[in-house]
Design a protein around this ligand. Structure first.
Ligand SMILES: Nc1ncnc2c1ncn2[C@@H]1O[C@H](COP(=O)(O)OP(=O)(O)O)[C@@H](O)[C@H]1O
Ligand SMILES: [Mg+2]
Length: 142
């Protein structure tokens, strides 16, 4: 199977469209025929990463690469970046605003859930330089 690459754009603060990319990725993976459990894990990660870019980050891109052994999500944005990645990965840590919380966000479980559901997670971010997540899933025996 040749590698399949799909890219989607993310618009900061666009809460009306937020989450749509993740849904498209979910149906793409369904149409390829991956196992529901794997699709569930990937969808959670795509959604959390997309919402984080919309809420905390900046404009960006969601890239999905499918090869015979892996599915990789690369989510990047040109926002303010994450000052302390280790702290951001802690359950319950959130800098969500009161407005975010009114919309039901800000539980501080997004990055921990990505970490839990992915086979590997790499976060590349420094203060003021944007954020890039590389989230990897093994397919089959990978
Ligand atoms: N793309 C991003 N750009 C800037 N900061 C981010 C980004 N993603 C996550 N963060 C920071 O990490 C924190 C934890 O993220 P997360 O676990 O998803 O919780 P929540 O989104 O509920 O705040 C956020 O509150 C924010 O401070
Ligand atoms: Mg979040």
């Amino acid at each position: 199977m040749a590698n399949l690459v799909n890219s989607f754009s993310i618009k900061a603060r666009d809460f009306a469209k937020a989450g749509e990319n993740s849904l498209q990725i979910q149906s793409l993976l369904k149409s390829i025929g991956f196992e529901p459990e794997l699709i569930r894990r990937i969808s959670i990660c795509a959604y959390e990463a997309e919402m984080n870019a919309v809420m905390h980050g900046g404009d960006g891109e969601l890239l999905v690469t499918v090869d015979p052994k892996n599915i990789v999500l690369e989510v990047s944005d040109d926002g303010p970046g994450i000052k302390d990645v280790k702290l951001a990965l802690r359950e319950g840590y959130s800098t969500a605003t009161p407005e975010h919380r009114e919309m039901g966000f800000g539980a501080g479980m997004g990055l921990p859930n990505i970490n839990k559901n992915a086979d590997s997670l790499a976060i590349d971010s420094s203060d003021g330089r944007g954020t890039r997540l590389r989230i990897k899933f093994k397919v089959g025996d990978g």
